[in-house]
Write a protein that binds this ligand. Structure first.
Ligand code: CS2
Length: 542
């Protein structure tokens, strides 16, 4: 009976959307929240900026599982009259007793939207009491989980004052972010991009912040003025040392906003910015995913999320006012997360990138189709082997990790689109390739596969595939980069365009290394002359 009533909120909003599972569908697994979702029962809040597919398939699921485990622990504590029992269920690990989990504060998520496109998510979530489904698919599983850890949502442009009050309330212990690489408003020199219009707006007027950095600063100012401990800022994007980047952006902003330097100094001394490595492949939700839910689970959800089974979260343990015990549900807390970030960014995200551009040129539109082509999978493996010397100090077996990546990319049940991976190449490669290529050069090691990967990206940025069909580019620098790439493609021996392309994306230091420019140029010419298939078949120009 409890299960049924917990599903009612979605049910009411989507009549007759959730029905009982039929006989035929029993084999599919469906989980639902087993805890009280009333926001008034929450002791500590995490406000999360950037509620997209990834946040909903990752952090929110960890919290959902933790809340489930906590509810069970509380029930069993209650049943035994307060005496301790073994471990709480719901994910295992952590070594904490059920009793301490039961006595922990209860955490909840409040989504924060800042961008115009967030209104769609705001409406979809509100329509179903912030509940949504995560559909996990692979060759061995087809599972759905109704996630309940999000219990509130504020769209800042609707209610800027309420949003700032909410974040400065002492019950908000953590502000986390998945705003993508470009959401940090970082310039190529590593500092805050003061030319960014959102930053310019917020520096003039912080009463209705439009950037994540502005919103965080607005909240911190109130906390400081009220003499409250500041919240922790937890970055969860694919950037190396994402905590350090978030900190630098907030400090740069604070320094400019308050020229006396007092705010900057206070942030420097008081605010924690843990870094974290996050991982779960989460394709964009499409109508096909809603159909799978409806067909397999007889469940209709306006905006479900589809994801692979695998997930990983490694977090630097540095929080100013507490944190959920995510280690109970599989997260890893470490002192130094940087080596894990580099491993994931360079092998998985860098690998995704090189595969996406070359795969697209070969005619593929889905990641699994591209990786099923041995030309692509062997290129991916060679790329990963090439950058492996730059990955160290992780308690993970790297060869197995790499094989797992090939297997994960090959998941035919999530149909991840190449177009998703190919978006924002300039900010992604800045974070996944720039430093590793420079390090490899510095150490006198090969960069053949990295160079061909970058050349594939440049060829893609010419906005036309090998059959002459247009490519729709999505990248904050698409204007300048596609002009350079088009010139490099159409004009004979236009090496200068290639250098300028790389300079625009990665800065002067990168192009000051001759070997990089030479190798990328040779690879680009090979792609131009003989096409992606022949280039890959021949193993590249070098
Ligand atoms: C992808 C990532 O967008 C991309 O380029 O590489 O979204 C990737 O799927 C996730 O980082 C997996 O954790």
């Amino acid at each position: 009976a409890r299960k049924k009533s917990l599903l009612l909120p979605i049910c009411q909003a989507n009549l007759p959307r959730i029905k009982k599972l039929s006989e035929a569908n029993r084999w599919h697994e469906l989980k639902i929240p087993g805890y009280n979702r009333d926001a008034s029962t929450v002791d500590c809040w995490i406000m999360h900026i950037g509620v997209g597919g990834f946040h909903r398939s990752h952090q929110a699921v960890y919290l959902d599982e933790l809340l489930t485990a906590q509810a069970r622990a509380r029930e069993s504590l209650h049943a035994t009259g307060g005496s301790s029992s073994p471990k709480a269920g719901g994910g295992g690990g952590g070594g904490e007793s059920a009793e301490s989990l039961a006595k922990d504060p209860k955490w909840g998520l409040c989504g924060v939207g800042l961008m115009p496109f967030d209104t769609k998510m705001r409406d979809a979530l509100r329509n179903q009491d912030y509940l949504y489904t995560v559909l996990t698919r692979s060759s061995t599983s087809n599972a759905a989980r109704v996630v309940g850890s999000m219990m509130d949502y504020v769209y800042v442009p609707d209610q800027p004052e309420r949003a700032i009050q909410r974040v400065s309330d002492p019950r908000t212990k953590i502000v986390s972010l998945t705003v993508t690489e470009k959401g940090y408003c970082q310039a190529t020199d590593g500092g805050l991009d003061f030319q960014n219009p959102l930053i310019q707006h917020d520096l003039k007027d912080l009463s209705c912040p439009s950037s994540a950095i502005g919103f965080i600063t607005a909240g911190l100012i109130r906390r400081r003025d009220a003499n409250q401990v500041p919240f922790t800022v937890m970055a969860c994007d694919n950037l190396p040392e994402n905590g350090i980047v978030a900190r630098r952006m907030v400090l740069d902003f604070a320094g400019r906003y308050d020229p006396s330097g007092a705010l900057k100094e206070w942030v420097e001394e008081n605010v924690c910015f843990p870094s974290s490595m996050v991982d779960r492949i989460t394709p964009q939700t499409g109508p096909e995913h809603r159909d799978i839910l409806a067909q397999d689970f007889l469940l209709l959800d306006e905006w479900p999320v589809v994801a692979e089974e695998f997930r990983q979260w490694v977090i630097e343990d540095k929080f100013s006012c507490g944190r959920p015990r995510f280690e109970h549900v599989g997260a890893m807390f470490v002192k130094d997360v940087h080596s894990y970030e580099l491993m994931k960014l360079r092998l998985l995200n860098g690998g995704h990138g090189v595969l996406a551009y070359l795969g697209y040129l070969l005619g593929y539109r889905f990641v699994d189709d591209a990786v099923a082509d041995v030309l692509v999978s062997s290129f991916l493996r060679s790329y990963m082997d090439e950058v492996t010397p730059t990955v160290k100090n992780v308690r993970i077996e790297i060869e197995r990790y790499k094989e797992k990546i090939v297997e994960r990319f090959g998941n035919r049940f999530i149909k991840d689109k190449i177009a998703r991976i190919a978006e924002d190449g300039s900010t992604k490669f800045y974070n996944t390739m720039r430093e590793s290529v420079m390090e490899l050069c510095d150490r006198g090691l090969h960069i053949h596969h990295c160079s061909l990967g970058l050349a594939g990206w440049m060829r893609y940025m010419a906005a036309e595939d090998e059959q002459g069909d247009p490519i729709e580019l999505k990248d904050p620098k698409s204007g300048a980069l596609s002009k350079l790439a088009k010139d490099a493609l159409s004009k004979p021996n236009n090496a200068r365009c290639i250098t300028e392309f790389l300079r625009n994306a990665f800065g002067d230091e990168f192009v000051s290394i001759d070997r990089i420019v030479t190798e990328v140029t040779l690879s680009f010419y090979a792609l131009k002359k003989i096409g992606s298939k022949e280039t890959l078949k021949s193993g590249g120009p070098l």
